[in-house]
Structures are given as C-alpha cells and as structure tokens.
Design a binder for this molecule. Structure first.
Ligand code: ATP
Ligand code: MG
Length: 303
C-alpha cells in the first residue's frame, strides 16, 4: 500500500487493526513524507512497538528490529565477523597448503562472506527495492554512548567496514524509535526525529481495541474491563496495565464464561492486569468491589 495523505495512514492503521487518533496518523504521515525517524515515547504497553510492526505489514516492507539493552554495542547493532567460520577457513587453507598463501587467506576471511550483518547494517544494505522499516526498540535501555553512535548512523545512513568499504543505503529505511522513558534520551537524537507521546487510549478507543482483538467479548464486558483498567491507571500502582493486559484480561474473562464484570470474576483474574504482588494486594485491599462497581457505572453508555 502507498500512502499519500494522513487519511491513507489512518486507513492503513485501521486495516491493520491499530486504533489510533488522528494526531498519531499525522506524525506517521510526516515521518514517511519527510523521511524522518519517528520517535515514540510512552508508558509500557501503549502500542509503540506495534506502530512499527503495523507500518511494515501495511506498507509491505520488511521489518528489521534492533532491540536495545544495557551494554548494547556497535558490534551487536552493526556487524560482527564470523570468527568460527574464519577459523575454519584458516584451518582448511592450512590443511590443503593453499597455493594462494597467507595474504590471500587473510583477504578472504575479511570478505562479505564472513560478515554477520546486524540490524543497522541490514537496514542500510537492504538493496534497491522499497526500504525496510527499522525498529530501534527501547532506546532508553541502551547506554548513552550507543545513542551518540546511533546519531551518526541516522544522519547519513552509511557505515564503513574498514576491511570491505562503505555501505550506503540506496534509500533510507523508515525508522521508528521507541522509549519507555526510563531515562531521558538526548535532545540531539530527538532533534533528528519527529516526536510523539503515545498516551493511554480513551475509554472508547480501548473498548474498540478490545472488541477488535477479542470479538467474543461483548460490548458490556469490554466496556467494564476497560473502565476498570482506566480506574487502575488513575491510581498509583507500581506498574500500570498496558493495552495488552486489558486485551488479555478480556480474553481471560471470556474464557471463564463471564459476560459482565462482577466482584468474583475481578478477584479471580486480577493477575491478568496487575503483575506485581504488591499491586495485586493493594487492589484487593483497596476495596475491589467498589472498583468493580465504579467500572460498571462508568461503562454504562448514556442513553
Ligand atoms: N492502538 C492500538 N490498537 C490496537 N492494538 C493495540 C494498540 N495499542 C496497543 N495495542 C496492542 O497492545 C499490545 C502492546 O502493544 P506494544 O507491544 O506495541 O506496546 P509498547 O508500547 O511497545 O509496550 P512496551 O513499552 O512494553 O514495549 C500489542 O499486542 C498491540 O497489539
Ligand atoms: Mg514495545
């Protein structure tokens, strides 16, 4: 699918069952048309990673994912030499008394055949077809040095492997960066990107997501579950439930044959939405039936 307007992006998200408000469609459209990386920040489980997956699926592009973590270095993000294969090659060359000699063997083992391309190089060396979607997931988990390095890569989309030469992207990939904001990402990196904060969805949107993902959940149950989760998010818990938790919870309630939220079903399944013992205890101790009651009332559609 090609997109040439914000409405097209909205259609692409819709047809891939990603419910977004127009502001997100606008920023995605701008990222695509201005060829700028898209920086998505938000709490856990609000649909940041899913944006990249949906874009790749909807545009028919390959998705290349770089999962960031503490200690991630250029070797794991860019390329590595396949040492095992190199050593095997050297042994073989020695055993057959290769007439090409040592220099030739050395040239061979530093050729593309022995290069393991990691996500950034894969995205840059993706050939001349439609560029892939490069997802740089959870950049806030990587160290600041890696961020500085990434800045360089994102500014010219070319990478030099000293033994081989320079790889340059025929056309830059569509880049989506995500962050849970466990630490602030540098302004310099943000400046290169279009920034968007993905908030928890409105009640209506979360109901639409639940209904799309768990069609067996009736409107009433979906609304009650979403209203209950919205109530949890408004209180202080160690870890608030994301959209995935709401969807899983709705599926669990359906599996138990629940058609409307009640005290018992909420108590039995609270572990689907709260994943820390302290949070579960707090929810139980803070009058679970009252929460259920509030959710049931908030879920009533005004006549
Ligand atoms: N707007 C949406 N429409 C449909 N499904 C959504 C939406 N937002 C999130 N989801 C669903 O919620 C789940 C969590 O989304 P995702 O993994 O993208 O969250 P995230 O923000 O990347 O979370 P984390 O910070 O934990 O990585 C996915 O299964 C996704 O399908
Ligand atoms: Mg994610």
């Amino acid at each position: 699918m090609n997109v040439s307007s914000v409405d097209d992006v909205g259609g692409l998200l819709d047809s891939n069952r990603y419910m977004a408000d127009r502001n997100l469609a606008v920023v995605i459209y701008l990222a695509l048309s201005l060829c700028k990386p898209l920086f998505l920040e938000g709490e856990a489980g609000v649909g940041k990673t899913e944006v990249a997956k949906v874009l790749a699926r909807g545009l028919g592009r390959r998705l290349i994912r770089l999962q960031c973590y503490e200690g991630l270095d250029a070797g794991h993000a860019l390329y590595e030499w396949n040492y095992a294969k190199q050593i095997l090659h050297i042994r073989l060359a020695e055993s057959v008394a290769d007439p090409n000699g040592r220099a030739a063997t050395e040239r061979e083992i530093f050729s593309p055949e022995f290069l393991i391309k990691r996500p950034l190089l894969q995205a840059i060396d993706a050939g001349t077809g439609d560029p892939p979607v490069l997802l740089i997931d959870e950049i806030d988990r990587a160290d600041e040095e890696f961020e500085a390095f990434l800045l360089e890569v994102l500014s010219d989309f070319s990478i030099t492997v000293p033994e081989i030469g320079t790889f340059s992207a025929a056309s830059p990939p569509i880049v989506v960066l995500t962050s849970n904001r466990t630490r602030e990402v540098h302004d310099a990196l943000k400046r290169r990107c279009l920034y968007y904060w993905i908030d928890y969805p409105s009640l209506e949107r979360e109901v639409a997501i639940v209904r799309a993902k768990v069609p067996a959940a009736g409107d009433e149950l979906a609304r009650q579950a979403c209203a209950f989760v919205a109530g949890l998010r408004a209180d202080s818990f160690y870890k608030h439930p994301g959209i995935a938790e709401t969807v899983d919870w709705a599926a669990a309630l359906v599996a138990l044959g629940t058609t409307a939220l009640d005290d018992r079903s909420a108590a039995e399944t609270i572990g689907c939405v709260l994943k820390y013992q302290e949070d579960v205890r707090k929810a139980r101790d803070s009058d679970l039936p009252a929460r259920v009651d509030r959710a049931r009332r908030a879920a009533v559609v005004p006549a």
